[in-house]
Design a protein around this ligand. Sequence first.
Ligand SMILES: Cc1cc2nc3c(=O)[nH]c(=O)nc-3n(C[C@H](O)[C@H](O)[C@H](O)COP(=O)(O)O)c2cc1C
Length: 234
Amino acid sequence: MPSSSPLHILPIDSSARAGLSGRDRHGSHTRRLSRRFIDTWMEQRMMDVVTYRDVGQKPPQPVSGDWIAAAFRPPERRNAAQQTVLAESDQLAGELLAADLVVIGAPMYNFGVPAQLKAWIDNVVRVGVTFGFDRARPGEPYWPMLPTGKRLVILTARGDYGYDEGGRLASSNLVEAGLKVPLAYLGLTCSPILGQRELESSGVMAQVGGGADEPFMSEIGTLLPMALCGRNSL
Ligand SMILES: Cc1cc2nc3c(=O)[nH]c(=O)nc-3n(C[C@H](O)[C@H](O)[C@H](O)COP(=O)(O)O)c2cc1C
């Protein structure tokens, strides 16, 4: 990678399974993919800074009535209780604002992302912080507030096959749109899907560990430049 200034990487794991497939019994494939991705990335860019977020093991609080009242109140008019309600959201949104590269491990649960990951999305989509809104604005009343140049990599795993474009279940795949649409709304528009993989069928592990799975895992290394999103350098 040509750039020598450190980048901030934000890996987010969201599987409810704590272990890694191939290493731990009933381990998570997306956790293995994201670990592999970050390890490979850091081998090439040791100077980069990683801030890890595990929403699968520590789910963010879902949005509540108090949260909404606080988030849509101008910051200078929030009371102490409202500031407390937003503290976790402030932290999560701050991590997203600081990140140059966001790497999300996203299992498919019932065609979409896990509730834990949806809770993260709901906490980082914040008016006045990550997107702007002004009804009186001519044209589009919403605008993205994330600094330009950020990149999103989605690493997915699911049990069934046929979710890719043209596949038999393509219209049922809500994982990628469920991440790309809200994050593009904030300004994160470059989002290659690097690690999609059908690994399990009817709850039975199909290809885990080395052997048949290994070519795919080594693909991650060759796909890293895709995270540049068509640029020559970061
Ligand atoms: C609650 C739950 C719901 C799931 N729903 C789907 C589904 O709708 N479609 C599918 O193909 N696989 C589904 N699966 C299989 C998972 O996508 C698959 O096991 C994947 O590897 C999970 O990610 P992980 O290995 O990182 O935990 C589901 C698994 C669980 C536990």
